[in-house]
Design a protein around this ligand. Structure first.
Ligand SMILES: NC(=O)c1ccc[n+]([C@@H]2O[C@H](COP(=O)([O-])OP(=O)(O)OC[C@H]3O[C@@H](n4cnc5c(N)ncnc54)[C@H](O)[C@@H]3O)[C@@H](O)[C@H]2O)c1
Length: 385
């Protein structure tokens, strides 16, 4: 594996990690290792995408995907602006974790030896920077995960969400057209269905979005159609359903609640606990995304990636609290605007087109999340004392 040209604010992260400096303490966590190994194993004998431009690779889903692609021997170019939506150090930690993973895998895998990783700190809204970095390169696929994520914050910052998620997505599509890239995978969201009560949702259900975030994701799906039609780019929009697992975004309920419960603080508990989410484990999302990178049978598809199993807020809190070994304190609040009462994926299309088969039950996924959470945060909390 070549790590020698990793770009990150002019620093070579490989040198940093090899010197033993490591702020994370969790960079070799077993759960993340297993996620990428399993995804790589499943994709191995099939034809594998080689050179990939991946936006948002320093984030939660992106960093898991990078690990799996490195295990497959890919050349991965990560574009991420380390957006301050949540602490930069968590994203630095994700990148460090990828580098540690790669080093550990180098000896045992010929694929990993072939792989390369470059990280570009760059804003997808800066089209000039994108063109000067990548305009003369050829890619097998773009995977566009970079976004301002989250429903509630999008109501406070609709213009910022529009800029990154709509303009930024159009910039990436424009770059795909300019570089002759023929495969474009886009991270859409279950939130596009909004308040549609007709669950489980199939992809052709009417969309009734109720947050600016959801609106931006629909815009991305539609702009993808434009570029697919005009430039022959195969465009696959994946509607992810609440993704969780080791490294989950700190603003999402499972991770946020865990931090609060671990400190004995009350958790915000919206409504009567009956809202439902189709929680989908990160390893299943990574596998589905890699399958979409290799999909060739049509030029434009929108595909749900969910678990096809709903869990109520009440059940989620119970399972999580049991795993953490705490008694939750509830701070009951009304359902915030923008939040939908339920999400529930029909995954028939994903099964048919991508061979997608989610393999992790909610209980198993929470056990893996809790293992990671305890190792990462509860251990460091103890050592900080
Ligand atoms: N996590 C989920 O449950 C979930 C559900 C549905 C859809 N999604 C989508 O999946 C994608 C990844 O989500 P995640 O949970 O990993 O979020 P994340 O916030 O951890 O990752 C997104 C990454 O994009 C980067 N980014 C933001 N703005 C950027 C910009 N202008 N230029 C370059 N990089 C930028 C951020 O720094 C971050 O590293 C997003 O598009 C999100 O909308 C996530």
């Amino acid at each position: 594996m070549s790590l020698s040209r990793v770009l990150h604010r002019g620093n070579d992260l490989n040198d940093k990690t090899s010197s033993g400096e490591n702020s994370s303490g969790n960079t070799t966590d077993n759960a993340a290792e297993n996620i990428s190994k399993n995804a790589a194993k499943e994709a191995k004998s099939k034809d594998v995408t080689l050179r990939v431009l991946l936006t948002g690779g320093a984030g939660f889903i992106g960093s898991h995907l990078v690990r799996a692609l490195i295990d497959l021997g890919s050349e991965v170019h990560v574009v991420d602006n380390f957006d301050p939506f949540y602490p930069r150090k968590l994203k630095e930690r994700n990148i460090e974790s990828i580098l540690e993973h790669s080093k550990a895998a180098l000896e045992r895998s010929a694929e990993v030896q072939k792989s390369t990783l470059k990280v570009y700190e760059m804003d997808i809204c800066d089209y000039g920077a994108l063109i000067s970095a990548f305009g003369n390169m050829k890619f097998d696929a773009f995977v566009h995960l970079a976004a301002k994520a989250g429903v509630r914050p999008s109501i406070k910052d609709p213009i910022g969400y529009g800029r990154t998620n709509i303009l930024g997505t159009q910039n990436m599509l424009e770059l795909a057209a300019k570089t002759g890239t023929k495969q474009f995978v886009f991270a859409s969201s279950s939130s596009v269905y909004g308040v549609n009560p007709n669950v489980p949702w199939k992809e052709d259900e009417p969309l009734k979005p109720i947050s600016p975030y959801a609106g931006t994701k629909i815009a991305g799906e539609l702009m993808g159609h434009v570029y697919s039609h005009l430039y022959g780019i195969r465009f696959i929009a994946l509607r992810y359903f609440t993704v969780y697992g080791p490294g989950q975004r700190p603003d999402l309920a499972i991770c946020k609640f865990s931090h609060l419960m671990a400190q004995g603080k009350p958790i915000p508990f919206y409504g009567d606990g009956s809202t439902k989410r189709d929680y989908t484990y990160i390893a299943d999302i990574v596998k589905g995304t890699i399958s979409a990178m290799k999909y060739r049978d049509s030029m434009y598809e929108v595909i749900n990636l969910g678990n096809h199993h709903t869990v109520s807020l009440k059940e989620m809190v119970e399972v999580l609290a049991r795993g953490l070994g705490v008694r939750p304190i509830l701070d009951v609040k009304p359902l915030p605007p923008g939040d939908v009462p339920q999400t529930y994926a029909d995954i028939g299309k994903a099964k048919r087109l991508l061979g997608y088969e989610p393999a992790t039950t909610f209980e198993e996924g929470i056990a893996k999340f809790v293992e990671w959470f305890k190792m990462t945060f509860m251990k460091s909390a103890r050592s900080d004392r």
